[in-house]
Design a protein around this ligand. Sequence first.
Ligand code: TRP
Length: 327
Amino acid sequence: MTPRQRVLSGMRPTGPLHLGHWLGALKNWVDLQERYDCFFMVADWHALMSEYEHPDPIGEWSHQMVMDWIAAGVNPERSVVFRQSDVPEHLELYMVLSILAPLGWVERVPTYKEQLREVKGRDLATYGFLGYPVLQAADILLYKAHVVPVGEDQIPHLELTREIVRRFKFLYHQEIFPEPKPLLTPEAKLLGLDGRKMSKSYDNFIGLSEDPEAIRKKTQKMFTDPKRIKMSDPGHPEECNVCHYWQVFAPDQASRIWEECRTSKRGCTQNKQELAEQILQVTEPFRAQRGKVAEERAEKILAEGAQKARVVARETMREVKQAVGLA
Ligand code: TRP
């Protein structure tokens, strides 16, 4: 039997996970456990890079996030669930990679300038933030991951990682690292409640751990078809965020609902009320599981995960130190 390939992925603990994370990434992680040896990482150093000015409880978010992962079906017996800052080798490898990564490559990563421009209310013009994708490369290479499930926005970071692998090989004539491949997470077709990208910073999300009443209220406030003023006006479901949610949460009912909307048989208020109940039904298994995950369990999982991760990380660092002549 050939050994299974390795997967590594991470999320930054900067706030509550929302439906977009669940549908876009987490469900995919759960499935990947069947076919790969998976490492799932709480990227708390990465979180600190953007949150360092605020006394945000990154430690608390880390625990909450692990509890969400477990409730969604991540299995810590099978996958290594760990926190980046518990494995100091991440910073050691990051140091080596930052020494050999040409400045031009790092400065050219498109997400860097984009974030400096787009992210408001945070000063990201720091020395450390430039190194964000280099630390991400270290995360991936430390475990010699073959496959990295990510969203589209992370592709440039994977490309930089692959370039760093080639440069390492060129400089030291050693093939310690496989070139990791991105595995594009099937794009979640779920926009935020206001029709923009679902994001914590826009406050337009439904949190995975929100209670049913809050979910009903938020759904009721969603924007609908702007062209439909009265109920008797025919609707334009293709332009209505609520109707798009139906496609995600009840694909088998969506075409009937779209037709009822087009033919004015279904009003927007009813549409939102019923959607809320549908979202509640689909997310109920998650909520039921989430209620059973105790916070102490998160700590224990992270402690055990750190041990397992460090076994691999230490071995890689031993090889790296040898290759670069430090050993
Ligand atoms: N940058 C990733 C994000 O914001 C999080 C992350 C950190 C990550 N390290 C990683 C993802 C390693 C994949 C692999 O989503």
